[in-house]
Design a protein around this ligand. Structure first.
Ligand code: PLP
Length: 398
C-alpha cells in the first residue's frame, strides 16, 4: 500500500525521525573508556522523568514484563503475600506472573472499565494486622481498557495505616505521558518500557527502584540472576552494564529524553490531555459511542478503548481499518475481545495525525455497519481542538 502505515495501537508508538536517526550508529565497544558517558547521560536524564532524586533508574534488555519479574524476584521472598487489583488484561497478566513465580496473591477483582479500588486496598491493608502483605501492586494505566488509576491515593491509604509494604507501580503506558511521581508518591518500584511514552522501539525495560526496595533486595530470597538489581546498580555505578547493552537503544533513549526535556515534561502531559480530550469528543459527542472507562475520573490520556454497539464485532472494525485503510488500531483483549477497539494517543503525536486515525476508524466502522454519522467524529475532534489551546509554557504553544 502506498503511503505510511498509521500506527495507532497503544504501544509500540511512533518513533520520531530524530530518535530513529540517533539510533543508526556503528557498533562500539561497550567496555571502552568513553562508554560511561552514554550510560550516565541516559540514567541521569531518566531521573526527572521518574520524578526522583534518590531512586535508581535501571535499564534491562527486556520489555516491561521483565521489569515486573525483576520487581517481584528482587524484593520479595518466594511465598510472600502481595495485594493487587485486576481490571484489565495487563493487571491480569501481572497477577498471573505473581502466581507462577510462587507468591501468594490477594486479588481485588474490579469491573473492567474501573480502576484501582482504593477503599478496598485500604480495607485489605487494614485487616492485615500482622503485615503479611509485603508488596502492594497497582497498574497506573490499564492499557486494555483505557483506565487510569490514582496511585497517590493508594499510597495515602498505605500511609494512613503505616503499612510497611513496598509499593510497585506498573507505569508502562503512563510514564512520560501521564504524570508519575516516584518520590512524592513513595513508589518503591516503577515498571515501564521503551515503546510507549518514551517513543522508542520495544526491547528495553525501563524501571526505577527506591533505596528501600534496594535494601529489601539485599535479603530477599526469591531466585533471580539475569534481572538482579544489585549486579546492575553495581555495574552502572562505574558507567557500565553487567552484560552487553543495546547501543542503538541507548542512543535512542538519550535522544528521546532530550526531546522530552526540550518540550518540558509538564507540557508533554498537557499535550496528552489535550489530544485525548479531542479523541474522547470524537467518540462521545461525534459517534455517540461509549468508552470502556465507565466514568470520567478513569479516562486515560494515553489510550481510549471504544465500545462497539451490540451485534458488531470490534475485531472486524480493526481488520477493516488495517486491510483497507492501512490503519493499525488496538484490539480488544481477553474479556473485552470483539467488544471494543482502541486508539492509542501516546507519544510523538499531534492533532492532524490523530484526525487521520479518527477518520480511518470512522470509515472502517461505517464499512462494517456501525450506525454513526459520517464525519461526526472528525468534526467533534476538530471542534474540540480549534476551541481549546494546549496550555504550553514552552515548546509548541497554541
Ligand atoms: C499496562 C501494561 N503493563 C504491562 C505491559 C507489558 O509490557 P511489555 O509488552 O513491554 O512487556 C503492557 C504492554 O502493553 C502494558 O500496557
Amino acid at each position: 500500500m502506498a503511503g505510511r502505515n498509521f500506527l495507532f495501537v497503544p504501544g509500540p508508538t511512533n518513533v520520531p525521525d530524530r530518535v530513529t536517526r540517533a539510533m543508526m550508529v556503528a557498533m562500539e565497544d561497550h567496555r571502552s573508556p568513553i562508554f560511561p558517558e552514554l550510560t550516565r547521560a541516559c540514567l541521569s536524564a531518566l531521573k526527572p522523568v521518574f520524578k526522583t532524586a534518590s531512586a535508581a533508574p535501571i535499564l534491562f534488555p527486556s520489555s516491561g514484563t521483565g521489569c515486573w519479574e525483576a520487581a517481584l524476584t528482587n524484593c520479595l521472598n518466594t511465598g510472600d503475600k502481595v495485594l493487587t487489583s485486576r481490571f484489565g488484561q495487563f493487571s491480569h497478566l501481572w497477577v498471573d506472573m505473581c502466581t507462577r513465580l510462587g507468591f501468594e496473591v490477594e486479588v481485588l477483582e474490579t469491573p473492567w472499565g474501573e480502576g484501582a479500588p482504593v477503599d478496598r486496598y485500604l480495607a485489605s491493608l487494614s485487616a492485615d494486622k500482622q503485615h503479611k502483605i509485603k508488596a502492594v501492586l497497582v497498574c497506573q494505566n490499564e492499557t486494555a481498557t483505557g483506565v487510569t488509576s490514582d496511585v497517590a491515593a493508594v499510597r495515602q491509604a498505605m500511609d494512613s495505616l503505616k503499612h510497611p509494604a513496598l509499593l510497585f507501580v506498573d507505569s508502562v503506558s503512563a510514564l512520560a505521558s501521564i504524570d508519575f511521581r516516584m518520590d512524592d508518591w513513595g513508589v518503591d518500584v516503577c515498571i515501564s518500557g521503551s515503546q510507549k511514552g518514551l517513543m522508542l522501539p520495544a526491547g528495553m525495560g525501563v524501571t526505577c527502584v527506591s533505596q528501600k526496595a534496594l535494601e529489601a533486595a539485599k535479603t530477599a530470597t526469591a531466585r533471580r540472576c539475569y534481572f538482579d538489581y544489585a549486579d546492575m546498580v553495581q555495574a552502572n555505578a562505574t558507567g557500565y552494564f553487567p552484560y552487553t547493552p543495546s547501543l542503538p537503544m541507548l542512543y535512542g533513549l538519550r535522544e528521546s529524553l532530550a526531546m522530552l526535556a526540550e518540550e518540558g515534561l509538564e507540557n508533554v502531559f498537557r499535550r496528552h490531555t489535550y489530544l485525548a480530550a479531542g479523541v474522547r469528543a470524537a467518540v462521545i459527542e461525534g459517534w455517540k459511542l461509549k468508552l470502556c472507562a465507565v466514568a470520567p475520573k478513569w479516562h486515560s490520556d494515553t489510550v481510549s478503548a471504544i465500545m462497539v454497539p451490540e451485534g458488531i464485532n470490534g475485531a472486524e472494525v480493526i481488520a477493516r481499518a488495517f486491510n483497507r485503510y492501512n490503519l493499525a488500531l488496538g484490539a480488544g483483549l481477553s474479556k473485552v475481545a470483539g467488544k471494543l477497539f482502541r486508539i492509542g494517543h501516546m507519544g510523538d503525536l499531534n492533532e492532524l495525525m490523530l484526525l487521520g486515525a479518527i477518520a480511518g476508524a470512522e470509515m472502517a466502522m461505517l464499512d462494517v455497519g456501525v450506525k454513526i454519522e459520517p464525519g461526526s467524529g472528525v468534526a467533534a475532534a476538530q471542534k474540540y481542538w480549534r476551541n481549546n489551546a494546549v496550555q504550553a509554557k514552552t515548546g509548541r504553544a497554541a
